[in-house]
Design a protein around this ligand. Structure first.
Ligand code: CO8
Length: 375
């Protein structure tokens, strides 16, 4: 058995940013257009007028101030309201691969490693650009890595579930060095025309390099243990899938609301909080670690109030901002990548021996936690 460590992380941040102000202008223009189109039905009481969105609501309800996206022109066009991403030919790299390769190179550089020293790539993300061949295998080829790769999807928990899979393989010796990469194009699956959720997501890619402790060249985090949990819920759901063509065609099938991300945000908020706090507390207790020993929580980045609540429950007091860093104000919810961005940006100051937990949670429901110690 070997001791797995995180020896490097990397973040690819898209060049384009959408502020709340820009987003609200576009949404309100879309709503006005729809209301004008449906004016007769609205006047006859047969349809409801769309309400305006507001910057104040977004910041107060979520803590989100802006988001990075792969394309803002399509999202902000009131006649389109979704990104315009060029379809890639079969012989050129996919867009997820491009983002992933950038994040992987940064993680490799942070660890002082070359791509050909990697023998496992897990592409763990909420959505995959195509069914097959696996995005991970394309990333493996683009990087020049060896071994094997595969894709997995546990929605927002994909990164921590991927870290569990990779670190277990490093621990057992079946692989030597693994990259878990999370290219998330959440803008492709967000319904930008729905006021309740149009502000939630952003795009990013993160990568985590996991290898044996004795191979680590510099500062690193020992992966003491991981825990994963799932519990079925329909409160976060997307009905898009490969059987779409086999169903009765309505003509509007491509644009059905349930083909995009859907959630009952209030229920998610209430139901997921106790599951996550209990999960983290149970995990550290099994390891004989007390809450007072935790120096940092790198939580999933969906909602500031949610993170404040979890931090308080886990630590038994209001955490200092530095103990539970948020990045959602800048990146919004980036699904599985959020907790890894927080870890990448806010872990280097910890001292040898300091303990922390990376935790992601979301659709499924699913929760994954990684207990780490700075070495
Ligand atoms: N502007 C103004 N008013 C608004 C807006 C808006 N944009 N949106 C809603 N309102 C109104 C509502 O209509 C409502 O009015 P009324 O009271 O009259 O009915 C009022 O404001 C309050 O609305 P809500 O109850 O919806 O507001 P909340 O305070 O609950 O905040 C949140 C909404 C921010 C969504 C919150 O509930 C939340 O963050 N919940 C948790 C969400 C969460 O953690 N989800 C995890 C999901 S992600 C995940 O697991 C990944 C899945 C895969 C991702 C795939 C990529 C896309």
């Amino acid at each position: 058995m070997f001791n797995p460590v995180i020896s490097g992380t990397g973040v690819y941040t898209p060049n384009e940013v959408i502020s709340n102000a820009e987003l609200v202008v576009a949404f309100n223009a879309y709503a006005d257009k729809q209301n004008a189109l449906n004016a007769d039905a609205i006047a006859a009481g047969e349809a409801e007028a769309m309400g305006h969105s507001s910057e104040e609501f977004i910041v107060q309800a979520s803590g989100i101030e802006q988001r990075y996206v792969m394309d803002k022109s399509g999202v902000l066009d009131p006649d389109r309201m979704y990104p315009a991403l060029r379809e890639r030919a079969d012989d050129e790299p996919g867009i997820m691969t491009e983002m992933a390769v950038d994040a992987c190179k940064k993680a490799l550089a942070a660890a002082g490693r070359e791509a050909d020293e990697v023998d496992l790539i897990i592409c763990a993300a909420s959505n995959h650009e195509r069914a097959y061949p696996a995005i991970a295998v394309e990333i493996q080829q683009a990087l020049g890595a060896g071994g094997f790769g595969f894709d997995m999807n546990v929605a927002c928990s994909s990164a921590t579930f991927g870290i569990q899979a990779a670190s277990d393989m490093v621990r057992s010796g079946s692989v030597t060095r693994a990259l878990v990469v999370n290219p998330e194009i959440c803008s492709g699956h967000l319904e930008w025309r729905d006021r309740d959720c149009h502000f939630i997501f952003g795009d990013v890619a993160t990568a985590t390099l996991i290898e044996r402790k004795e191979h680590a060249k510099g500062a690193h985090f020992e992966i003491i243990s991981t825990r994963c949990l799932t519990q079925f819920s329909n409160n976060i759901r997307n009905n898009n899938g490969f059987l779409r063509r086999s169903r009765e065609q309505t003509g509007a099938l491509d644009d059905r609301r349930d083909m995009q991300f859907m959630q009952n945000g209030r229920k998610v908020f209430k139901e997921v909080l106790p599951i996550v706090s209990k999960h983290i507390l149970g995990h550290i207790e099994e390891e004989g670690v007390s809450r007072d020993e935790l120096k940092r929580l790198w939580l999933h980045q969906a909602n500031k109030a949610m993170n404040d609540f979890i931090g308080k429950k886990v630590l038994g007091r209001v955490p200092e901002p530095s103990e539970q860093p948020n990045i959602l104000q800048e990146y919004a919810n980036t699904s599985s990548a959020g907790s890894i961005i927080a870890f990448d940006k806010y872990s280097k100051d910890l001292a040898p021996g300091d303990l922390g937990v990376i935790c992601s949670f979301g659709a499924g429901y699913s929760v994954g936690s990684v207990l780490v110690k700075r070495a």
